[in-house]
Ligand binder design. Structure first.
Ligand SMILES: *Cc1c(COP(=O)(O)O)cnc(C)c1O
Length: 349
């Protein structure tokens, strides 16, 4: 079979040749002792780029979000977050299990929760009620198709929480995609929040790692929580070396992934039987419905895989396509042709 065109996720990206070289040459020490110079350099660069006082390297985005929640929250508190958000949907019930917190979900529109609805979800002082301890936002919003929150939207949501003394955490796994799509400095998107997590291991192509950033005092506390979860790593500079390249060389090129996604969306929209709004996806994630083909997303995904195109079903009728640095424009065009042929074959029955 021809080479696979892997559009399941941007997590499948492999480290670049330059990353592998930097990893091999990285200066390292024991990071639990605070002695790894390459980790320290990455954390400094990350804090500066994301616009916060300090940053902490964590092995995964999930750990970054959960460390943030555990650092912000007291047991028995409530967290307000979007109903399709990663923290609620995909983090194995971590809020309940690790923070002892209860989730209060709000259905948003493209990741944006109406400020009035956030205000209504925040608990007043009452003997019966849990205390609201945290508001979580997500930018870009994964299940909403890589939807982007502007700095203004972020500010409006954060303000509602801050006015009531509640901290705000941003799940910014792909916040650099948001900044590139908006043409703004990422710091404008993170300025309204108290803490932010972003991933090096998605579109930025590092093999491992995410960062949690915030005020120095918050990061000092978070470091202890990371240790508790087993996230205190030793010669982690090997990983940080790739992360530095991710931050310094791989951010601007995300624009290419977005262009590929736009091309793919426009072409999928022309295929009878597929349903996709070609203008609805500003970053590198597309959601396409196969409902009109009368076939399940699972089955369609299996057919694609037989022809070398990988895409994940995300509901009974929808598939998700994610563009990234390891998929070229030619491969996108090949994928479009393959999808076209498969749909034609289905439509003939
Ligand atoms: C991928 C992702 C995460 C978690 O990152 P992992 O490194 O896979 O644990 C968190 N939030 C969002 C929005 C993501 O897309």
């Amino acid at each position: 079979m021809a080479e696979l065109i892997d559009l399941r996720s941007d997590t499948v990206t492999k480290p670049t040749a330059e990353m592998r070289k930097a990893m091999a040459a990285a200066e390292v020490g024991d990071d639990v002792y605070g002695e790894d110079p390459t980790i320290q350099k990455l954390e400094r660069i990350a804090a500066e780029k994301i616009g916060k006082e300090a940053a902490l390297f964590v092995p995964s985005g999930t750990m970054g979000n959960q460390v943030a929640a555990m650092t912000h929250l007291q047991r028995g508190e409530e967290v307000v977050l979007e109903a399709e958000s990663h923290i609620f949907y995909y983090e194995v019930g971590g809020l309940a299990l690790l923070s002892g917190a209860q989730a209060r979900t709000i259905t948003g529109r493209k990741g944006f929760m109406e400020p009035e609805r956030i205000a209504a979800a925040i608990r007043p002082d009452d003997l019966h009620f849990p205390r609201t301890g945290l508001l979580c936002l997500e930018n870009t919003h994964n299940r909403a198709g890589g939807a982007v929150l502007t700095a203004e939207q972020t500010g409006l949501m954060a303000q509602v929480a801050h006015e009531r003394g509640i901290p705000v955490h941003l799940d910014g796994a792909r916040v650099f995609n948001a900044a590139i799509a908006l043409g703004t400095d990422v710091r404008e998107l993170t300025a309204p929040v108290d803490s932010v997590m972003f991933c090096l291991s998605k579109g930025l192509a590092a093999p491992v790692g995410s960062l949690l950033a915030g005020k120095q005092e918050f990061i000092d506390k978070a470091r202890k929580v990371r240790k508790l979860l087993g996230g205190g790593l030793r010669q982690a500079g090997i990983l940080a070396a790739a992360g530095i390249i991710a931050l310094e060389q791989m951010v601007d090129r995300l624009a290419e992934d977005h262009a590929h996604a736009r091309l793919l969306a426009a072409e999928l929209a022309n295929i009878p039987g597929l349903t996709i709004d070609p203008d609805a996806y500003p970053t590198n994630i597309l959601i396409c419905s196969v409902a009109k083909l009368g076939i399940s997303a699972q089955r369609f995904s299996a057919l694609l895989a037989q022809h070398g195109v990988l895409a994940n079903p995300i509901s009974a009728t929808e598939l998700r396509f994610v563009t990234h640095t390891d998929v070229t424009k030619n491969q996108i065009i090949t994928a479009i042709n393959i999808i076209n042929q498969i749909v034609k074959a289905i439509n003939q029955f």
